[in-house]
Design a binder for this molecule. Sequence first.
Ligand code: ADP
Length: 391
Amino acid sequence: MTLRAHDTVSVDDRIAASKAEIEALTQETLNLYRQVNLLYRIGESINACLSSAEVCQLVLRESCKILRASAGVIELNDGTRHGAAPESPTSELRVPIENAHGRLGTVTLYDKRIGFFTAADEKLIRAVARQAGIALENNRLILGLLQKNQELAQVNDELTALDRMKSDFVSNVSHELRTPLASIKGFAATILVDEEMPTEVVREFVGIIDEESDKLVVIINDILDLSKMMAGHMKYEMDRAPMEAVLADVIRLLSVLAEKKALTLTFESVHCAWVEMDMNRMAQVFKNLVGNAIKFTDSGSVRVTQWTEGDEVCIAVADTGEGIAASQIPHIFDKFYRVENVVHTREGTGLGLALVRRILERHGGRIDVKSCLGEGSTFTVRLPCMPAPEA
Ligand code: ADP
């Protein structure tokens, strides 16, 4: 068989065409491989729990590598920007980053070569941007879950602490109720069995029974007050009254306790001040503060001072007692909290300061404390002053 010239050309042409076809196919396969590889690597970020910055860096790094672009930038709607644009780029490919909730930002790739990016590149980067949108959304949800988790752990810690305080409270209250009850029962029984007891002894015993009953009343009132306050049922009868009247009454009432412990109890009013208040509740506040000052002071003094600062009246209750450790100060206004919960040598239920703070808040006031262990404490109350009523 003889081959003619045009037959030879035609075979060469066909071989060349096949080669070109194979090359194009190889190129296409390579492209596809790169695309799958890129999407796969970006897809990993969805599961990897990456931060938003890490997702953006991964997207930029892998996209630039696969497309051989010289640089890239991701700008997110929250104002963050990742990557850097090169100086005077000639080619630019920008696509939005979106997820089911809308647009999150844009990804832009740059190159210095003119007409560098193809339609296939754009298609690929759009797919990548969609993946990035999902990864960023995942990241937002995971962060939200972590935060919720942290909040729950904190609430759990608080509940555990409250539970512990409640148990301490039950044991404190039982102790506080049992001691005066035992004394009441003992003295009453003694009076009952001894028919010939002299009147003055009977009077002395009845006096003790009366004192012990007062202690019970205080404890029970504190418990009832706190539960009323917690339920928002506490009623306040507000009147405009001079602060020094309330304080002078409290001092008069508690001077007996101070005398028993040989403590100096003084009251000084530097400036007069009128306050809109429920006088009984306000007296309860200072009975508690001055009562505590006497209770936690074994020698020295308890001084109450009143003065005004701007439109506020300040009242300081300062003692020279045992003081409070710095670590305990943040807790003493919590309900049921007592520094001395384990060894019970001082009377108390741990409700007093919790009530004090709530009553003051209800009057638009506040309280703070400065204390030094072994040197004493100063509780300072601040309340809004009112003009004196016209006569
Ligand atoms: P309590 O019934 O125990 O007195 P409070 O709520 O009034 O309860 O006070 C809480 C705790 O704060 C007290 O148990 C005590 O440890 C501490 N505290 C309060 N006032 C003083 C004070 N003036 N000096 C030292 N410690 C104090």
